[in-house]
Design a protein around this ligand. Structure first.
Ligand code: SF4
Length: 230
């Protein structure tokens, strides 16, 4: 596993749980609004953690943490992700996976092997804008397959979109909502200009207000009967 970051304590990354967050290095997308260039751009790569240090940490904190969040970068690109999660499970932790949904076969295998307790998948855009928003040539079939595999599973899950005004308007959010389907947890997240981002020009351009995002969320969630959690 190429692990380039470890957040030892979080109350927000795994809803309702106390977690630690593992950041994997490497991503097949180049979202201009990405806040983790050191995990995405080879020329900016952060140094790797020795795996034994990570496992020592998991062992030490097993009575203090409920779960481990694996995020990136894109974790499903890691060849040994499945073995890594199996090791985490030996410590008794819950596991949450954050993914961009580009590797449905990996997701499917992890679901079949009951290795995941929570999945959060980012849906970047409606398919006609996917390449623009994720910054590379994408594969919509894989994205749709990941959505379907997650929906069919009995694992707690959330679909999420980061909303950048330059790329997405209300009609795009409605289109993504249709990809996800009704009665799914689908949350919007406003683009945050602070910190490092892949394309720094986005910092200069006007973005939606939090109130606008909150109104979008209200409208696209109208028909749902389940609560929406971040
Ligand atoms: S925001 Fe985009 S580029 Fe950044 S880690 Fe996620 S999928 Fe990769």
């Amino acid at each position: 596993m190429k692990i380039a970051g470890l957040q030892k304590f979080s109350l927000i990354d795994y809803p309702g749980k106390i977690s630690a967050v593992v950041f994997t290095r490497g991503c097949n997308f180049r979202c201009p609004f990405c806040h983790n260039p050191e995990l995405v751009l080879p020329e900016s790569y952060a140094e790797l953690y020795p795996p034994e240090k990570i496992f020592q940490f998991f062992d030490k904190r097993r009575n203090q943490l409920d779960g481990i969040v694996i995020t990136g970068g894109e974790p499903t690109l890691q060849d040994d992700l499945i073995d890594f999660v199996k090791e985490i499970k030996k410590f008794g932790y819950l596991v949450k996976l954050d993914t961009n949904g580009s590797k449905p076969d990996v997701l499917e295998q992890m679901i079949c092997e009951k290795l995941l307790d929570y999945i959060s998948m980012d849906i970047k855009a409606p398919f006609d804008k996917y390449d623009l928003v994720c910054g590379v040539k994408s594969n919509p079939e894989n994205i749709q397959k990941s959505i379907d595999v997650i929906k069919k599973s009995d694992i707690v899950h959330t679909f999420r979109t980061t909303v950048v005004k330059q790329f997405l308007d209300y009609s795009d959010l409605i289109a993504i909502r249709e990809l996800v389907g009704d009665n799914q947890k689908y949350v919007l997240q406003n683009f945050n200009k602070s910190g490092k981002i892949l394309n720094s020009k986005l910092k200069e351009i006007e973005q939606y207000t939090d109130m606008e995002i909150s109104n979008f969320q209200k409208f696209i969630s109208e028909k749902d009967t389940i609560p929406h959690i971040q």
